[in-house]
Design a protein around this ligand. Structure first.
Ligand SMILES: [Zn+2]
Length: 169
């Protein structure tokens, strides 16, 4: 059993390494949401799936590899409503339950995939993608006081597969 678990761990770490290396190689700016798995224990299923998929490990891999490669690594405040905000018109939903994977904006009617919509908002919140400084390695952390306006900016195409991690062995 222990051997089986360690094989699963190795396979997962291998996957996280390959994925983080690939992302850092392909993109100048990498933005992540400052998720705090430990604060999510109230939702046990979510906490379990987050720790199983190694989010913290993945994030630190992304961070050090981005820094090493001179990429911009941006951490978005965890209270930024990335899931509940329409990435097309900026409409903010009052509630969006965790189980809701798809939703339609009551304002502009756009049909959203929860994760893709959140990723677009996070990218916009990370600031203009083309402003990476020449020296690279611009590692920032935004506080909650920063105003976010995911409304007026043009979104680059973020369609190249946004990895969705799922726990489970
Ligand atoms: Zn909308």
């Amino acid at each position: 059993m222990a051997r089986k678990h360690s094989r699963v761990r190795d396979a997962r770490r291998d996957f996280l390494h390959k994925t983080s290396t690939d992302l850092v190689a392909r993109f100048d700016t990498i933005a992540v949401e400052d998720l705090a798995p430990r604060n999510m224990v109230r939702n046990r299923r979510l906490a379990k799936s987050i720790s199983e998929c190694g989010w913290g490990e993945f994030r630190s891999m992304l961070e050090y590899k981005a820094e090493r490669a001179g990429r911009r690594f941006v951490v978005i405040d965890r209270w930024f409503p990335s899931s509940k905000t329409c990435s097309v018109c900026g409409h903010l939903l009052a509630v969006l339950s965790l189980g809701t994977r798809r939703w339609s904006c009551p304002d502009c009617g756009t049909r959203h995939d929860r994760d893709v919509n959140a990723a677009k908002n996070i990218l916009v919140a990370a600031g203009p993608v083309e402003t990476r400084n020449a020296c690279g390695g611009d590692v920032r952390r935004y506080g909650s006081s920063r105003p976010h306006s995911p409304v007026k900016q043009e979104l680059p195409d973020v369609s190249p597969r946004i990895p969705v991690f799922q726990g489970g062995e």
